[in-house]
Design a protein. Structure first.
Length: 396
């Protein structure tokens, strides 16, 4: 490994550069040029260690982000990722990575480079959430390339570790879920239940009182429902294309107790339910898996409009308010179920532990439950607690 100065004349002007001359792990001679000696010395020192440890990847031996992204897509396909996940990978690669940094060599990706790329995405109008998701995909591409020996560093993971060591956290900007804004109130849930009719009423009743994800409801089979024991088992889910797969995590496979309203509703629905070769509990009219937009637009939204659970979305030319469903998606029902489980004691029911709530929601960890719903758990009356402690002190 040597560092030498190179001087040459270009158009009558003397120019200088510093060249690192070395052999990589396969014994192939490599040359790398720098404008400053300290940069060349730093590279030489780092490359010496990497070559010795057998992990060095020269610029000429690596590939571009676009090429690595294509290998990443193939890896996901070979691993059996769901179509929705593969679609998201393609979108991130083709819409947000290739147009901006596709020709960049993997060895050029450093922590400062990642920061600059994120700034570039923001300046191009990408939302903070999209910037975060695309960065995660870039980190996944680099991890796949690391496994192939095409790059040594994963700058995205390095940046993430550096960020986790600071006081600043992404969670600080995340607003807490609010009842009446993100979570339906009890009166709104009653209004939805009273207004729900037709073939989507059993679906809404079930989702309200079980907290199922929409994909889990689409994949629910009659064999997963024990009406006699009032238990519903989550064993599979159906993505937006109707493809059946496992729940989001191992914790997603769970058993949920059913209240009488769900049991009675499902008993009646089972007699009228369209025949389904897959035994689905909530198929469409032809017995196939129902499409998510149909479930929302023909089930959830009409029940809200009929029940008066609405917001003003605008006005007509004559000034008449245009009403829209207050809660656009099924996740609002899942949020309500979580809050209902958490505050059962205040409603005269049996108190559930945080662990029981995590199990019913199918969260992968108790931390997910606390991060999402921790502020909804009843807190002790600290004023009364201190008063009681004072009385106990002076009583002794």
């Amino acid at each position: 490994m040597s560092v030498r100065k190179r001087t040459w004349i270009s158009k009558g002007v003397e120019k200088t550069a510093w060249v690192v001359d070395y052999a990589d792990g396969q014994g192939k001679r490599r040359l790398k040029t720098f404008g400053k000696k300290k940069e060349a010395d730093a590279f030489a020192a780092n490359a010496t260690v990497e070559v010795r440890d057998g992990i060095h990847v020269a610029d000429g031996a690596t590939i571009t982000i676009e090429e690595a992204g294509k290998l990443w897509l193939k890896s996901g396909d070979a691993a059996g990722l769901e179509r929705t996940s593969l679609d998201q990978r393609r979108q991130h690669l083709n819409l947000h990575l290739v147009p901006f940094v596709g020709p960049t060599k993997l060895t050029k990706v450093t922590v400062p480079w990642v920061r600059a790329f994120q700034d570039q995405l923001r300046e191009a109008g990408r939302s903070p959430a999209m910037v975060k998701r695309v960065t995660v995909s870039l980190g996944s591409i680099l991890a796949d390339a690391q496994g192939r020996g095409l790059v040594v560093r994963n700058a995205v993971h390095e940046a993430s570790r550096a960020r986790s060591g600071t006081k600043t956290s992404d969670k600080r900007a995340k607003a807490k879920l609010r009842v009446g804004v993100d979570i339906p109130t009890n009166s709104e849930i009653r209004a939805i239940l009273d207004a729900a009719t037709g073939r989507y009423r059993p679906l809404l009743v079930t989702m309200i009182f079980t907290g199922l994800r929409a994909s889990e409801a689409r994949g629910l089979r009659w064999e997963d429902i024990e009406l006699g024991n009032a238990i519903l088992h989550v064993r599979q889910r159906a993505d937006r294309y109707g493809d059946i797969g496992m729940p989001k995590s191992e914790a997603g496979q769970r058993a949920i107790p059913l209240p009488p309203i769900v049991v009675n509703t499902l008993r009646e629905w089972k007699l009228a339910c369209p025949k389904s070769d897959a035994g689905l509990a909530f198929p469409n009219q032809s017995g196939k898996g129902d499409y998510h937009p149909n479930m929302v637009q023909r089930g959830l939204w009409p029940a809200q409009l009929a029940g008066g659970v609405t917001v003003v979305a605008g006005k007509t030319e004559d000034g008449t308010p245009v009403l829209a469903p207050k809660y656009p998606g099924f996740h609002a029902l899942r949020h309500w179920y979580a809050s209902w489980c958490i505050n059962r004691k205040s409603d005269g029911g049996l108190e559930l532990t945080a662990k029981a709530v995590q199990t019913r929601m199918g969260h992968s960890s108790i931390q997910v439950t606390f991060d999402t719903y921790g502020h909804l758990f009843p807190s002790a009356n600290e004023g009364e607690e201190m008063a009681a402690a004072e009385r106990a002190l002076f009583a002794t």
